[in-house]
Design a binder for this molecule. Sequence first.
Ligand code: SAM
Ligand code: DTB
Ligand code: SF4
Length: 325
Amino acid sequence: MNPTMTRTDTDTDIRHDWTRDEVDALLALPLMNLVYRAATVHRQHFDPNEVQLSTLLNIKQGGCSEDCKYCSQSARYQTGLDNEKLMDPARVLEFAKAAKANGAGRFCMGAAWRDLKDRNLDQLVEIIQAVRDLGMETCMTLGMLTPGQAQQLADAGLDYYNHNIDTSREYYPEVVTTRTFDDRLDTLQNVRDAGMHVCCGGIIGMGESQQDRAGMLHTLATLAGHPGSVPINMLVPVPGTPLGDREMIDPLELVRTIAAARILMPKSYVRLSAGRRSIGEAGQALCFLAGANSIFYGDKLLTTPNPDESSDMELLEKLGMKAAN
Ligand code: SAM
Ligand code: DTB
Ligand code: SF4
């Protein structure tokens, strides 16, 4: 039950040998049975009334060379975003201080890059050290990393690295063509080898099948160690992107995906991520019941809106829940 004892990367008392059939079978359960089972697992490892709050900041906006079909920041799509250069450390620190004052425990910084360029490392190291000095956990998502770059970020004190697999291996080429699923897995291995905690999840609602969602969860649950954080995003359709006019997936599929993630990765923080604005309070409550115990907190994700802090605090209050950090 003690959240400080929930690190999963080195734990051996949880399963990493889930079969694909088992994952398929979980997603096919009647929803009430699935949620009941997930809630039971959740209570064995966490206080079900606590939720971890992480605040996001886009430290380098737009102009990305990749073609991820969901992304507002790809240079290939007209989404109306301005391109910006890597944010000054002093400015990042102001945002981090505000996030801390609002109650966030982790500060997650994203950059619209295909991969990290060595010329940006010094500035990133400065940012990591400044945010750490505030006493917050640090997370970055900067695209692909070499083993040496991962080591330099780890040495600077970066706690988590976010790098999502996004979907199943089979569906991946429908969503991104400028890199492969194996490229993603390679960076995840580099992150792990450097000693950082892994934050890795995906997106639902991009036109994938339930089989694809099972494939994504199977990959996550059979990684060398379960990711410490597993963000489950629901597509936020951004006008101008190839997925900009996709209809919203049934939120009950989000509940189902979260519940299966909780059962497969019992000690991971499962994050109810992008898409919270579209599912209402009852939808979010069901996700918490199904084992989500982390959210992005703050009125903006990277480029799109998120519920504001006061409405999240009201929701937690109504549910009798509190911040875990
Ligand atoms: N460029 C880096 C990369 O791709 O790894 C980091 C930033 S990227 C925006 C971080 C993650 O946000 C993506 O991997 C994807 O899972 C998620 N994401 C991006 N746009 C999204 C959208 N419109 N809806 C839901 N999730 C999204
Ligand atoms: C993750 O899995 N979701 C976050 C974070 N990791 C970097 C990003 C969500 C982005 C949603 C669309 C946007 O705001 O641009
Ligand atoms: Fe967007 Fe990251 Fe893909 Fe670039 S690599 S288009 S920032 S999701």
